[in-house]
Design a protein around this ligand. Structure first.
Ligand SMILES: [Zn+2]
Ligand SMILES: [Zn+2]
Length: 422
């Protein structure tokens, strides 16, 4: 009979007849992680980005999470029926789903959270129900590192950039409520092997006899010939959004996430935070990722061709070593209404990077456009008048002033339009 060392406990063994002991994780002592009650005082605990642990706001207890830091080498699944069947489902903890009747988003909240607002659209028309654990469980996540208290400062700094925005926007930022939410992302890897074939054109100088001018001249001609080649492009950790309630272009602007910070999923990280299960299914996300990898492979093949002239390009691509995983990334989300339109503002919960759509103050923009165009128009008008009333010399001067004024006007209009888009 072996004696069990202090702090060790028996765990489930994968091999018959062999008993396995492992250190008893302190996280297991946070009751059964079915609820996030503080073992010390019974209050509700929450994950605290500053302490990188689960803490109790009531008694100050800190409970370390025993997740493993795995980084970008985190294990991946192959696309086999086996891995799909064996993948765990649900959050591994009791949570509730909030269904928004306005935008249709489902948000996962803690079992005791009394929340009635949809973070994606700001609507109060939400209905809560028990979560059905049918979706894949995320295997890894990046914990929140930015605290909620920092969000308004980050948002204000972002809104202040540029000057064509309505002044009330700052008041909006001051009163904005940020929701910390773990969003689901798929990551994909694959090796793409492609065989391509195309007509490649090479420039050549040629002498010819110009019949009209009755002399020899040179001209450039392109000789086309068929070429082919093979190319292998490895793809690793391609992030694919899994929510359909934040535009992909906004999430794209939140990148990069530093995947070195990936840890194994522990339900404790979700304590006190919202989460959203994937809305874009694995197969659909994979189809999009494949199309993207194909396009990048095509560009890599083009880059290998030693000429800018390519036509009739065709490519046969095969995908090997295809792998996927489901991860959670931290995002702060707020919505605000401006002139009957809802705007989303998102913040990368790891880096603090901000992305969103800003309303444009169009009256301001058009006043500026008008002010900028005025000198050009005045000059052009003056030139036109001179040209009409004057004799030959005045006509010439007027014409020059007109053309100059028109050029300035067009240039200023372009500038003004760019300023409006910034
Ligand atoms: Zn406590
Ligand atoms: Zn909603």
């Amino acid at each position: 009979m072996t004696s069990i060392p202090d702090g060790f406990g028996r765990v489930e063994s994968k091999i018959d007849g062999i008993t396995v002991y492992a250190p008893i994780a302190r996280a297991d002592q946070i009751a059964s992680p079915q609820n996030f009650k503080c073992p010390n005082c019974g209050a509700t605990t929450a994950f605290d980005p500053r302490a990188a642990s689960v803490t109790c706001a009531n008694c100050g207890s800190v409970y370390a999470l025993h997740a493993q830091r795995v980084g970008r080498e985190a294990a991946e699944f192959e696309f086999t029926v086996d891995t799909l069947n064996s993948a765990l489902r649900g959050w591994g903890v009791t949570r509730r789903d909030l269904n928004c009747e306005n935008c249709g988003a489902t948000t996962s909240v803690g079992p005791t959270e009394l929340s009635t607002t949809c973070p994606f659209c700001g609507s109060n028309r939400v209905a809560a129900r028990a979560a059905v654990p049918d979706a894949f469980r995320p295997r890894f996540l990046i914990p929140f590192q930015i605290e909620r208290a920092q969000c308004q400062t980050l948002a204000r700094a972002w809104l202040q950039r540029g000057w064509l925005y309505p002044r009330d926007l700052m008041n909006m930022a001051r009163s904005a409520e940020f929701t910390g939410i773990y969003l689901s992302f798929w990551t994909f890897g694959a090796r793409v092997r492609a065989a391509w074939r195309a007509q490649v054109g090479y420039e050549r100088q040629e002498n010819y006899f110009d019949v009209n001018k009755a002399k020899f001249k040179t001209r450039t001609v392109i000789d086309w010939r068929w070429e082919n080649g093979n190319i292998t492009v490895p793809f690793d950790n391609q992030l694919a959004t899994a929510t359909s309630h934040i535009p992909a272009r906004l999430l794209e602007r939140l990148k990069p996430y530093n995947l070195d910070a990936l840890v194994t999923y522990e339900p404790g990280y979700l304590a006190g935070w919202r989460a959203q299960s994937y809305e874009i299914a694995l197969n659909d996300a994979w189809d999009r990722a494949r199309a993207e990898m194909r396009e990048q492979t095509r560009q890599a093949a083009y880059a290998e061709i030693d000429s800018p002239h390519v036509r009739d390009f065709s490519m046969n691509a095969s995908f090997d070593d295809e792998v996927w995983r489901l991860i959670l990334l931290p995002v702060y989300l707020t919505t605000y209404r401006f002139q009957n339109k809802t705007y989303q503002l998102v913040i990368n919960g790891q880096t603090g990077k901000v992305a969103g759509d800003k309303p444009v103050a169009w009256t301001k923009v058009w006043l500026i456009v008008a002010a900028l165009l005025l000198p050009g128009f005045v000059l052009a008008g003056l030139g036109l008048v001179l040209a009409v009333v004057g004799g030959a010399p005045l006509f010439l001067i007027g014409g020059l002033i007109f053309v100059g004024g028109a050029i300035i006007a067009v240039y200023l209009l372009q500038k003004a339009m760019q300023a409006g888009e910034a």
